[in-house]
Write a protein that binds this ligand. Sequence first.
Ligand code: CA
Length: 228
Amino acid sequence: MKKILVLEDENAIRSFVVINLRRSGYEPIEASTGEEALKLLEENDDICVALLDVMLPDTDGFEVCRHIRASGSRMGIIMLTALSQEMDKVTGLMTGADDYVTKPFSPAELLARVDALYRRVRGVMDGDEDDIVSGPFVLSPRNRTLDKNGERVRLTQTEYSIIKLFMENPGRALSREEILENVWGPEYKGDLKIVDVNIRRLRMKVEDTATMPEYITTIWGYGYKWGS
Ligand code: CA
């Protein structure tokens, strides 16, 4: 999931940002106070990028940024600053923000920054991830490999990305749209059938009996699930 925290106390701006992020395949998590934001960050340790407004009712965005960095997180942080807060850009970058966007901003401007940062952070955070173990499988994000009962399963990069998405969301029904968006990217405008084709191939590689799948199960009319 491409989770992004959106901390902004002005409802109009927050909705505008959220709508545009969602349209681009992100999953925005909304907060309107610093306290709420920190709580949501604790509950969602898979948030990759945070957009932090500077002027907030209970604290300021820099304080939130400081908190995030103090916890050791390497997530991407973009400050949303007002034009009158030129100095804040410097402060923001000093407290550990990666980038800033000055209000008012266009959706295109914001998304370009978010996309770029997301890609960067994703690369770094992936390198840090621990192995994921599920039944006879061990997935190593560091080496981008999958083992089954100690034996290497040879996967394409696409198959690897799909299996990783599954193993990160065990027992959760994933729609074909969601899989397409996560693995092929939000810009991809191809047919959903590409998902089914890859799943079929994956099953031949990971299932004991491909025609009776027990790891990648089908949710009829919806998508797939890791585990039963
Ligand atoms: Ca504000």
